[in-house]
Design a protein around this ligand. Structure first.
Ligand code: MG
Length: 274
């Protein structure tokens, strides 16, 4: 009898070891549920069937990439040529943005009226904007069509006319100002429209105000990668080292360099990533 029982115990163990895992999956489970369960059971086991590495849920939200006059349906339009209602003066005391709206759907930096910033604050974003240097501006170095786009009011991607105009490379067009020169100089000839597509991930800070994760910037100028997931060292200071005071969401700011830049902007929209 003892031998008989031992035979059944050993036979049962062998049978369970040899059972294919998928036999334990209920017939009405979706492939993803089944996959998750199987992977959780045997994380070290190499999948042997294609469906074991397929993920079906959750499905990405469907958006229309051109729903708003060529702008994605889930984007916040910041400037479409109509008005500056999404913007305010960045001067102390605030007030309306004073930059000039043009008949061609663009706006021009109104010299010495100050920077303008979005009324809304943002965290991590995908930002699209178009800008044009001023062919009338023949100043040199940092004074030829200087503007810039600041993420969270702190981190500047430089705008400058560097066609036949030398400057320090960590301050040239496409630079993360004073931190990272662009990988290539991909700006169009003076007076032509350029596009920036910027992917910004905001830095993170703990409760004590210490930075726990660096912000990052990826920038395409006219579709060309010029900043590749650059880890921000901190704020982009004109003078001094980058700073890392804790902060939350902040506005997107456009710079009035106050030297008659004549820089124009158009078609500005943003997608929030957090
Ligand atoms: Mg600038």
């Amino acid at each position: 009898m003892k031998h008989f029982l031992a035979f059944f115990i050993i036979f049962g163990m062998i049978a369970s070891c040899n059972s294919p895992k998928e036999e334990t999956v209920e017939a009405n489970e979706t492939p993803s549920e089944a996959t998750t369960e199987m992977n959780n059971d045997t994380p070290e086991q190499e999948p042997t069937k294609p469906e074991e590495t397929e993920v079906w849920e959750p499905k990405p939200e469907k958006i229309d990439p051109i729903a708003q006059n060529g702008v994605p349906s889930d984007a916040v339009i910041l400037f479409d040529g109509t008005d500056l209602s999404a913007w305010e003066s960045a001067n102390e005391g605030g007030g309306d943005a004073q930059w000039e709206i043009n008949g061609d759907g663009s706006m021009t930096v109104a010299d010495k009226t100050g920077d303008i910033q979005t009324k809304k604050s943002f965290g991590s974003v995908q930002l699209h904007l178009e800008w044009r240097s001023n062919p009338e501006n023949t100043q040199t170095n940092q004074n030829r069509s200087n503007s810039g786009v600041f993420l969270q009011n702190r981190y500047e991607v430089q705008i400058l006319d560097n066609n036949d105009n030398e400057t320090y490379v960590n301050g040239m067009v496409g630079a993360i100002y004073k931190q990272s020169p662009p990988l290539v100089m991909a700006a169009k000839p003076t007076g032509e429209w350029n596009s920036y597509d910027i992917i910004f991930h905001a830095p993170e800070f703990d409760d004590a105000g210490e930075r726990t994760k660096s912000g990052t910037l990826t920038v395409l100028l006219n579709g060309v990668l010029i900043q590749d997931h650059f880890e921000l060292e901190g704020t982009t200071e004109y003078i001094g080292w980058p700073k890392n005071d804790a902060h939350g969401k902040g506005p997107i700011k456009l710079q009035d360099h106050q030297d008659e830049s004549g820089v124009k902007y158009r078609n500005i929209w943003v997608r929030e990533l957090d």
